[in-house]
Ligand binder design. Structure first.
Ligand SMILES: Cc1cc2c(cc1C)N(C[C@H](O)[C@H](O)[C@H](O)COP(=O)(O)O)c1[nH]c(=O)[nH]c(=O)c1N2
Length: 226
């Protein structure tokens, strides 16, 4: 009898497979400086992008595009746009935090051999999208899911990734020729790494610390500040 169902068995992963998933989750880091210069081969880049492309998306809208950037001159212009925005950012912090902020390394644009800009086409699939009818941000959230898939797949490949968000979108759009109607979701720096921070770099450097999970879980109802 041919199987009419498209379902297949969904047994839990074997212990080693499960451990590998958690290993990717818990040892993934945001990388700014540890990039090695070795180029990422085309087939590996393709695997990473395919992992991103298999993310969930609202109404199966798949609103993302991936702009791969390797050209040194383009990365130089993008690094310049970062520098400008980062100076603006520094000025936003209270004076006593400014020098601490300025000492942080917050991007690896020039050092990482591969940069990827992940965008969201908010018009893809038409005006009325299943699941997006009552919250128009769902396409952006979907694109963030793609970024996280990419991040975890990169970790499994021994590739570090850093998310750089200190830009004026208009600068990135002009450098990369991105049309107005397209939203920039993430600018990512990727490269092989041979070491990673054990804990978030911002924690190691005293900027912030991981909150207690216990304080973040509410049962049944909101139990925090009203
Ligand atoms: C949406 C978004 C945007 C940014 C980031 C992350 C995310 C999710 N992060 C990385 C962030 O600082 C980092 O994830 C946390 O400090 C936790 O560290 P690990 O990712 O666990 O290493 C980040 N880091 C950085 O150095 N420059 C940046 O502009 C940004 N922007």
């Amino acid at each position: 009898m041919p199987k009419t169902s498209m379902l297949r068995a969904a047994e839990p992963f074997l212990a080693a497979e499960r451990d590998a998933v958690y290993k990717a989750i818990f040892t993934r880091r945001d990388v700014r400086d540890q990039f090695l210069p070795d180029p990422i081969p085309g087939d590996v880049t393709r695997r990473l992008l395919n992992a991103a492309h298999n993310a969930p998306s609202v109404g199966f809208m798949q609103p993302w595009n991936f702009i791969t950037i390797r050209d040194q001159a383009v990365r130089e212009r993008i690094a310049h746009a970062f520098g400008k925005a980062n100076d603006e950012a520094a000025a936003m912090f209270p004076e006593h935090k400014r020098s601490e902020y300025a000492a942080l390394k917050l991007e690896g644009i020039r050092k990482a051999p591969l940069n990827i800009c992940v965008t969201c086409d908010r018009t893809r699939g038409g005006k009325i999208i299943l699941g997006k009818t009552h919250n128009s941000n769902m396409d952006l959230y979907s694109t963030v899911c793609a970024v996280q898939n990419l991040w975890l797949a990169a970790r499994a490949e021994g590739i570090g990734m850093g998310w750089v968000s200190i830009f004026r979108d208009a600068d990135l759009k002009s450098i990369l020729g991105i049309p107005d109607r397209i939203e920039i979701v993430a600018y990512l720096c990727l490269g092989y790494v041979d070491e990673l921070y054990e804990r978030p770099e911002l924690e190691v450097k005293g900027w912030n610390r991981r909150l207690s999970l216990e304080d973040l879980i509410f049962e049944e109802r909101w139990q925090g500040e009203p």
